[in-house]
Design a protein around this ligand. Structure first.
Ligand code: WT7
Length: 633
């Protein structure tokens, strides 16, 4: 394994050059490092025009055999995961590679017992417990497709996702803990299932022992089924292009779409990037604080680290419980060497002060990572100084649910860093900046829309059940390019800095939420006739949600109406999408053709009320005055 590690910047340059000049030879060599039942006929076959891509076509494999079985000869007793509970006094669970093998096989056999077959969809709605990882891998073991839904999403969001991919089984727990809160997850599942005819069984892991409704026809306790299964389950032979998982993510229009990833390419790319970006070595302890409900948890908690035989920490709780020193305490406790988190967490902890950091040594740390949103310079320096003690490189990793793995990032200890820059593309990634008309912006010290002009192994394959939408969203904006939706600068040295979304997607605490989604939830309130949502800069969350709402005939006090609207969004999407500010308005700034001028709404939300630009094309310029005067500060 790992004949693909880059050790120096010269090696990076060589690898990059080869990846562009001979992509097939480049990726073919890397793929040789894995176990395949049958090798590929062709490394890559693709067209961005009529979007179609195949990596390692003709090959067959099982990703779990690469994640687990292949390590058993030398690493059976090595630790795969150390689980840290929400409660610091609760004992850790330590899972060796052998135990992981056994648990995954038992879970896989349990799924088979419940009638799950290759190609069936399984929804996972679990807290951050090892069973979430077992469940993912159990699906992959038998060729079922997992669709994880973050356990903070509401019943409506869960139901939408289950329905969209016709899941046959839901795996959940009785409850979950988040800091001092306990949540009844099973209730959420029960409510969601009222509108999901496809679900035949619910496998329920007993975690918090909260009282739940148990439906004997459908529900099965994990502890009454999984432990009884055999600890051997032959891995299903999967074609390289067979679907590994679906993960729903927000776009600028409509409901979240199911991003589809395929087995072979995803395996090769997550392992390649995990090794090279983090420079993980035998004996290191890696900790990614994400939730498995997001792509970071898929690629860099489960698949990437396991493919490389790493030892990882999994944490159930939140950074501020029992106090804001929890992350740092865990780092000291488990001698974490690699720590990967989101800027929003860094900013939140920075705001709470150094008293929570100073009790801890943090001297095991070697590499720090950042993901999910642009990291501002101040947070970067705070992280570098107070956590990394100015001796740990920070890898600012830019990527997306659709990209499957990291595309632009420093290689730890190899790439020269520049605060707030994701720096250079990884080998195999060919970024290009274009203007709004799609013309390439060449040279350095420029800014534009970030696109990628050549496929990489873990690129999105389709949006589940709707290939047209995939083509439209990613491959139709600019000819022959994958469009990321992000704006980007390239400095004089060719370093990239991602500046944020240029479409109607917000990034709230590193979570991706479409403005259209929040609007449609707000509009569900009976008093609301129309709304418009924009993101605005927020000190901790990166972006906050600002909603303009028209409710002409409401008889309610505005404070009450606002509370109700927030409750509505909470119910329809979940707490992460709750508007931070709501302004009740009598109209929205629209052009004569009826299009909302979001530019104006964004400016007002930002507080930049004197720079609204040309408003002469508005149907009713008066609404602008009203909006400016009523701005929520
Ligand atoms: C969007 C993708 C990548 C896994 C978690 C988020 C933003 C992500 C960075 C970064 C600046 C970043 C982009 C991107 N983003 N990482 N290092 N610097 N922006 O995945 O939910 O699919 O969101 O997150 O805007 O498009 P996601």
């Amino acid at each position: 394994m790992e004949n693909f590690r880059i050790n120096t910047i010269e090696e990076y340059n060589q690898a990059y050059k080869k990846s562009v000049e001979q992509p097939e030879a480049f990726w073919g060599d890397i793929a040789e490092n894995f176990l395949w039942y049958k090798k590929w006929d062709k490394v890559v076959d693709w067209s961005f025009k009529d979007y179609n891509v195949k990596w390692f076509d003709g090959a067959s494999l099982n990703i779990t055999e690469n994640c687990i079985d292949r390590h058993l000869a030398s690493k059976a007793k090595d630790i795969a995961f150390i689980w840290e509970s929400n409660f610091e006094d609760k004992p850790n669970r330590v899972i060796t590679y052998q135990q992981l093998h056994n648990e995954v096989c038992k879970t896989a056999n349990a799924l088979k017992y419940l009638g799950v077959k290759k190609g069936d969809r399984v929804c996972i709605y679990l807290p951050m417990i090892p069973e979430a990882v077992y469940s993912m891998l159990a699906c992959a073991r038998i060729g079922a497709i997992h669709s994880i839904v973050f356990a903070g999403f509401s019943a409506t969001s869960l139901s939408d996702r289950i329905q969209d991919s016709d899941c046959k089984i839901v795996i959940t727990s009785d409850g979950s803990y988040r800091g001092d809160k306990s949540i009844n997850l099973k209730n959420v599942v029960d409510e969601a299932l009222e509108t999901c005819a496809s679900v035949q069984h619910v496998l329920v892991y007993e975690h918090t022992k909260i009282k739940i409704n148990f439906n004997n026809d459908k529900d099965i306790w994990w502890h009454e089924l999984v432990p009884l299964q055999e600890a051997i389950c032959e891995p299903e032979k999967m074609k390289s292009e067979d679907v590994l998982f679906i993960l729903y993510t927000s776009g600028s229009t409509g409901k979240p779409k199911g991003v589809v990833h395929a087995c072979g390419g995803y395996m090769v790319y997550t392992a390649y990037t995990f090794t090279n970006v983090f420079q993980y070595n035998e004996g290191d302890i890696y900790w990614c604080t994400a939730d498995v409900g997001w792509v970071t948890g898929h690629s860099y908690i489960t698949y990437g680290p396991l493919l490389c035989g790493a030892t990882s920490v999994i944490f159930e709780g939140v950074p501020t419980y029992p106090d804001a020193g929890r992350f740092w305490k865990i780092i000291d406790k488990h001698k974490v060497t690699h720590f990967y988190t989101a800027p929003t967490a860094i900013r939140a902890l920075e705001a709470l002060g150094l008293d929570f950091v100073s009790p801890y040594k943090l001297n095991s740390l070697k590499v720090l990572g950042s993901v999910g949103e642009p990291i501002n310079e101040e947070a970067w320096h705070w992280y570098n100084k107070n956590i990394g003690k100015e001796k740990c490189p920070i890898v600012d990793t830019w990527w997306q649910t659709e990209t499957g793995g990291i595309l632009i990032s420093p290689l730890a200890g190899i790439t020269k860093l520049k605060p707030s820059y994701a720096t250079l593309p990884l080998p195999g990634i060919q970024p290009i900046l274009v203007d709004d008309k799609g013309n390439e912006i060449k040279g350095n010290h420029v800014e534009g829309n970030l696109c990628i002009k050549y496929p990489w192994p873990s690129i999105i394959r389709t949006t589940y059940g709707d290939h047209e939408r995939c083509k439209q969203t990613y491959f139709s904006t600019y000819h022959n390019l994958y469009f990321t939706g992000d704006g980007c600068k390239r400095d004089q040295n060719g370093y990239y800095r991602i500046t944020g979304r240029v479409d109607d997607v917000m990034n709230i605490s590193g979570h991706r939420i479409g403005t259209a989604e929040v609007e449609s939830a707000i509009n569900m309130h009976v008093d609301v006739v129309e709304s418009a949502v924009v993101g605005y800069p927020h000190d901790i969350k990166g972006q906050g949600i600002y909603a303009y709402v028209i409710a002409p005939s409401t008889t309610k006090d505005h404070a009450i109406l606002i509370k109700e609207i927030i409750a509505e969004v909470n119910k329809i999407i979940g707490p992460i999408a709750k508007p931070d500010k709501i302004q009740i308005v009598s109209g929205l700034p629209k052009t004569r053709s009826g299009k909302i001028m979001r530019r104006i709404l964004r400016k007002v939300a930002e507080g930049d009320v004197n720079n609204l630009g040309d408003i002469s094309t508005l149907l009713d310029p008066n609404v602008v005055e009203e909006i400016k005067n009523g701005r929520v500060k």
